[in-house]
Each structure stands twice: as structure tokens, then as C-alpha cells.
Design a protein around this ligand. Structure first.
Ligand code: PLP
Length: 445
């Protein structure tokens, strides 16, 4: 008997489904995976990840043709040595934002010229390392950083290609902590205040920098195009003013990431080809308006590649009915929590969740899936109707946890971080093992 549709298939990875009551991913059952790798565990559908990565690259290239730049995978969404290998193999580029992420990429022999270095506070040693290895682009985020990159490049006898990160003053329609380009933020140079223009001038005058163009990232989980359209128009205006002032024409635009995915049924996932086709029209129109050469366009999707590929498996440890004035709620505690998924407590993010190891015919009741940490805010899914007979030992699955799940994982309460298991064609292999107490204790002196 097949499971009634408990989770909208658009939220699941391409090779995931419910069969005879069990969650299956790439031909492997939740029970078998839990048995072999323990819980909590991140299960990544390798083919799904690979095809989303390739789709985005093809969408960029299909839409912008010879004016397409690089499709950078935003490593912050989730990076491991194996992931960096997949990205390299597929011909994508990679955005890193710390020396730690860079170390992972280098361990995978990721080509440095296909990497870009982000961050609002890159240290001198990080910049030195990036220049030494031949980093493709460094995205400068402040005047101090421009000076720092220039000085270090000079000391190394190198010239470094850079982009200037803009704050285009766009309020993306998403939660404040994941909106990064309105004015009151730590990232970038504001166009409106004139600091972006000053940064372009400074960068063009510093002798060890090669100013290639601009970058912006307007936010995350964005499903409409207006924010991108507005940011693109403002970037053209700025670069056309800069050309008038300096005679310099910059022709690289990196328009960042932020493309939405489905976490819950109501979400509207971005179709990469549709959005790239739309943005190609916008860029063409604005380049004509401003009589400015059509720039080369790069993008930086993270969530849209990694997010849908992965599901987290948990085991239920306790179930408690809490009686409220408004009714009652089942608190279902699992063996992970905010240490493997901080997004619910951090941004009030919404996830879907389902029983993963059997069919239940029990009526669904108001439930909350919580973790095992010492915080009331340690919630994975706040309001969900789940079968009333969920019991100790059952497995739950939360899909779409591939982005900002394992990468934001912590050791809060000294819980070892969960492993990542890649599944493909009925085979499973660890790509990041579970942390052990030895790993944790190894830091203490
Ligand atoms: C500069 C930059 N690029 C790309 C991304 C990736 O965003 P997303 O994973 O939403 O696509 C981020 C995310 O914060 C970012 O800060």
C-alpha cells in the first residue's frame, strides 16, 4: 500500500518518495539508512544535487550566451571535500568566504582561478593565502579591505582581479536576517550614499588591483524578480556614471544568489531557466537604456543547488502531550535539533516533516517537532499535524535541509555533529562522518 501523499513531491529531492509507508531516497529506505548510519543524519541525493548544479549553469549559459560569466556554487550553503569535487567536475565555479572554506576547496584540488572570495572581514592572512593560490576574483567589501588587498598583492608582486560589492538599496522580500542589500547592513558599499562610487574610484587607482566589475547579493529565498531588476538598473546607473567620471567601462556583473526553493507547500521555487531568461531581458534592456556594453553576468546560487537535495532523518525519543487552553499539542522530541538545523530558531524558517518508517492510519493532531537541546526555542517544525500514534523509535524526515543545515551546525550541548551520507542508485556512502566525543574532547586542553 502506498503512503498517502504526506509531503508535496516538489519539496522532496528528485529521487525521494514515500513507498509502503517508508521514506525512500535513491532506492534506500529511511530504516535501512538509520540502521547503517544512525540518526540524526543528513542524506544527500547525489544525482539531485548534481542535476540542480548543472541546470543552473546551463540556465545561465542558455540565457546569456557568450555574455555568461561564471556559475559560482555558494559554498556557504554546504561544502565538503566531496561536494567541492562534484562542483569542479560539473564545471561550475565556487564562492568561498573564509580560509576554512578555501581549505576545503583546495583539499578537493578545486581550480583556484574558478574561485571567488567573499566576506566583509577578510583577514590579512586570508587575503594573502587567496592571492598566493591564484584566486580568480576577490570581492572587496570596504575601503580598508581595498587597501589591504592592494598592499598584500604588492608585497607578493602580484596584481589581483577584484569586484566591488554594492549595496543596491533593495529590500528583498524575505526575513530581515537573510536580506543583505538594503541600506542598514554590514555588507558592501552603498550606491545611494556615494560610497560605491568612491570605492570604484579608489579601486581603479590602486596599482595592484585590477578592477573587473561589481557584485551584489540582494537576499535569500527570493521568488520574485523585482529586486533583481531594480538592483541591475542601479548597477548600470552607477557604472555609467563611473564611466562618465573616469572613462573606465566595467563589464562584469555578479548578481549573487538568493533563488528560492520549496520548504513547504506554499513556497514558490525559482525555476533557474525562467529567472535567467527574465534577467537576461532586464540586462539587455538596461544596457540599451544606458548605452552601456552588455556585461558578463555571473551568479552564485547556494540554496537552490544544495537545499532540495538533502533530507534529515531523526529518531523520536520522547512524545509528550501538552494541554493548552486552546487544545492540546503533541511535543515530539527527536535526537537532533537546533545543532543541525538552526534556521527555525534563527529566522523562523518553515520546514515540512513526516513519519518516515511506516504508514500510520491514526488521526493527525497538532504537533511540534523539537530537538533535545536546552532551549525552548529548539524547534525544528513549529506547527504541524502529525499522526497521533507517533511513538518512541519512529523515524521522522525533514526534507530540503541541504542548505545552511550541516553548514550552520554547532556542537551546542556537546552534541556531535551529524554525518552527511551521499546516496545514489541504491548505494550509500559517508561523505562527512559523524563527529565523535574524541573529536569534541580533542579540543580541550
Ligand atoms: C554573497 C552571497 N552569495 C551567494 C549566497 C547564496 O545565497 P543562496 O544560498 O540563498 O542562493 C549568499 C548567501 O548568503 C551570499 O551572501
Amino acid at each position: 500500500m502506498s503512503q498517502p501523499e504526506v509531503i508535496d513531491p516538489k519539496i522532496l529531492s528528485a529521487n525521494a518518495s514515500f513507498q509502503s509507508g517508508e521514506f525512500y531516497i535513491a532506492g534506500l529506505s529511511a530504516s535501512a539508512l538509520a540502521e547503517e548510519f544512525g540518526t540524526p543524519a543528513f542524506i544527500i541525493d547525489e544525482d539531485d544535487f548534481r542535476s540542480r548544479a548543472l541546470n543552473f549553469k546551463n540556465a545561465l549559459e542558455g540565457a546569456f550566451g557568450e555574455r555568461s560569466g561564471k556559475c559560482y556554487y555558494a559554498g556557504k550553503a554546504f561544502l565538503s571535500i566531496e561536494i567541492a569535487r562534484w562542483i569542479a567536475e560539473l564545471g561550475l565555479s565556487l564562492d568561498v568566504c573564509t580560509e576554512g572554506e578555501l581549505a576545503v576547496a583546495l583539499a578537493a584540488q578545486f581550480p583556484p582561478d574558478r574561485m571567488e572570495f567573499h566576506g566583509n572581514n577578510k583577514s590579512a592572512s586570508e587575503i594573502k593565502r587567496a592571492i598566493e593560490i591564484g584566486m580568480g576574483r576577490i570581492v572587496a567589501d570596504s575601503e580598508i579591505e581595498l587597501q589591504r588587498i592592494n598592499q598584500i598583492a604588492g608585497e607578493l608582486g602580484r596584481k589581483q582581479e577584484i569586484l566591488i560589492r554594492l549595496t543596491p538599496g533593495v529590500e528583498a522580500h524575505t526575513h530581515e536576517y537573510i536580506s543583505t542589500a538594503h541600506e542598514d547592513v554590514k555588507f558592501g558599499f552603498s550606491i545611494a550614499s556615494g560610497s560605491a562610487m568612491a570605492a570604484l574610484k579608489m579601486a581603479s587607482e590602486l596599482g595592484n588591483l585590477i578592477l573587473m566589475g561589481i557584485h551584489f547579493h540582494i537576499g535569500s529565498q527570493i521568488s520574485s524578480t523585482e529586486g533583481f531588476d531594480l538592483a541591475i538598473r542601479r548597477a548600470f546607473q552607477l557604472l555609467s556614471d563611473f564611466r562618465s567620471d573616469s572613462g573606465i567601462t566595467l563589464t562584469e556583473f555578479d548578481i549573487g544568489g538568493g533563488y528560492s526553493i520549496s520548504y513547504i507547500e506554499q513556497d514558490d521555487p525559482t525555476n533557474p531557466r525562467e529567472i535567467m531568461d527574465h534577467l537576461a531581458k532586464t540586462v539587455k534592456k538596461e544596457s540599451e537604456n544606458f548605452q552601456f556594453p552588455h556585461p558578463e553576468i555571473s551568479v552564485e546560487p547556494g540554496r537552490a543547488i544544495a537545499g532540495p537535495s538533502t533530507a534529515t532523518l531523526y529518531e523520536v525519543g520522547t512524545v509528550k502531550e501538552v494541554i493548552l487552553e486552546s487544545g492540546s499539542r503533541n511535543y515530539i522530541s527527536v535526537d537532533g535539533g537546533m545543532s543541525d538545523n538552526i534556521r527555525t530558531s534563527l529566522y523562523d524558517a518553515k520546514y515540512s516533516v513526516a513519519l518516515a518508517n511506516r504508514i500510520s492510519k491514526a488521526p493527525k493532531i497538532a504537533s511540534r517537532v523539537v530537538g533535545k537541546h536546552c532551549e525552548s526555542g529548539d524547534i525544528i517544525v513549529k506547527d504541524v499535524d502529525l499522526p497521533s500514534d507517533i511513538a518512541v523509535g519512529d523515524l521522522l524526515v525533514t526534507p530540503a535541509t541541504g542548505a545552511y543545515g550541516r553548514s550552520m551546525a554547532s556542537n551546542y550541548n556537546h552534541l556531535p555533529r551529524a554525518p552527511v551520507v551521499a546516496v545514489r542508485d541504491g548505494k550509500a556512502r559517508l561523505i562527512v562522518r559523524r563527529e565523535t566525543f574524541e573529536d569534541l574532547l580533542g579540543l580541550d586542553l
